[in-house]
Design a protein around this ligand. Structure first.
Ligand SMILES: Nc1ncnc2c1ncn2[C@@H]1O[C@H](COP(=O)(O)OP(=O)(O)OP(=O)(O)O)[C@@H](O)[C@H]1O
Ligand SMILES: [Mg+2]
Length: 311
């Protein structure tokens, strides 16, 4: 059963095709990573799903039902965290959540109970009486997610929930998102593959307003994540580099070598085996280097593979 289905969604701003016939399916209960570079159309899509912007054409289905024309229906099923959530700095999170509960018309005891649950779930119970103005960005984002959960949504839209956070804040917020898959379908936009890798089970990649690919995360990683190593040789070994490159290319575990400044980038079959071969070669030929590290493909690498042929 799919939770969200988007068909041929188009949206123009002046001459800009923000969405250019987007098709996408999000399965019920999944944590869907909506990936794309700046300007790809992520926020536009989420705003249209949330009923905050109108598509020029195309259809949206929630649970098989075409909701493209019924805005109020959307509201009751959705939770939404905008890209830049705004809070009243002088309020405490309890006051803020209480205020959101009133917007959703939750009455007295039910509202207090829900606010307590959400403070607990977002890890803000201890800070429930502090002013939001003094919160870290991570705390604000957790509060933002908490407010989006107020109405027990079946679909939760999170626009770049961790992009502006430091590693500690990222971890806290990602942990909160991880725990949500049992209560709702989550669609989370990001341009950082590592974050999506950590919490999402399905990934869709959008570029220039179109979906380039959509797959289970593991399938995508298996398909595109070619293991690679990087060697930083440093200035001192510059003269040896051409010769060393030739030898590296001949190693059985190495499938390709590119050079960038004082760095070799090696595509390898097996990281561990290739590391051993390289170390042995360096020892045999008295080559010294500064660093040998395992590199993961970035979203950019995957984009290059996916979009290269379309440019
Ligand atoms: N309100 C608007 N007015 C004019 N152009 C807009 C508007 N909103 C979006 N756009 C344009 O539409 C395109 C898609 O923008 P969108 O904000 O959806 O991208 P995004 O994937 O969310 O990018 P980012 O990663 O920077 O948040 C961009 O070219 C953007 O400049
Ligand atoms: Mg955006």
């Amino acid at each position: 059963m799919n939770s969200v289905k988007i068909e041929g969604l188009r949206k123009k701003y002046g001459n800009v095709n923000a969405l250019d016939g987007l098709d996408m399916i999000v399965e019920s209960g999944s944590v869907f990573g909506f990936l794309g570079p700046n300007g790809a159309g992520k926020t536009t899509t989420l705003r249209i799903l949330a009923g905050l912007a109108q598509a020029d054409s195309g259809s949206i289905f929630f649970g098989g039902q075409n909701i493209s024309k019924s805005g109020s229906e959307q509201k009751s099923r959705l939770g939404y965290l905008p890209e830049e959530p705004a809070f009243y700095a002088w309020m405490s999170p309890r006051e803020y959540l209480d205020y959101v509960g009133k917007i959703f018309k939750l009455e007295g005891k039910e509202r207090r109970l829900r606010v307590d649950q959400l403070l607990e779930q977002s890890g803000l119970k201890e800070a429930s009486k502090r002013h939001i103005g003094g919160f870290s960005r991570g705390m604000r984002q957790r509060l933002g997610i908490a407010q989006a959960l107020m109405n027990h949504p079946s679909i939760l839209l999170l626009d770049e929930p961790v992009s502006a956070l430091d590693p500690a804040g990222r971890k806290e917020v990602l942990e909160m998102i991880e725990g949500l898959s049992s209560e709702c379908t989550v669609i989370m936009s990001s341009h950082i593959l590592a974050d999506v890798e950590r919490v999402c089970d399905t990934v869709g990649i959008i570029h220039n307003g179109k979906l380039i690919t959509q797959a289970k995360k593991q399938e995508l990683l298996d398909h595109y994540a070619i293991p690679a190593l990087e060697i930083t040789t440093g200035n001192g070994s510059a003269a040896l580099m051409p010769e060393w490159k030739q030898r590296l290319e001949k190693l059985s575990g190495v499938t390709g070598v590119t050079v960038e400044g004082y760095r070799f980038h090696l595509a390898v079959k097996d990281v561990h085996a290739a590391q051993q071969e390289i170390m042995q070669d360096a020892l045999n030929h008295n080559v010294t280097f500064e660093k040998l590290e395992v590199v993961k493909p970035s979203l950019e690498d995957i984009f290059m593979q996916l979009t290269g042929s379309q440019k």
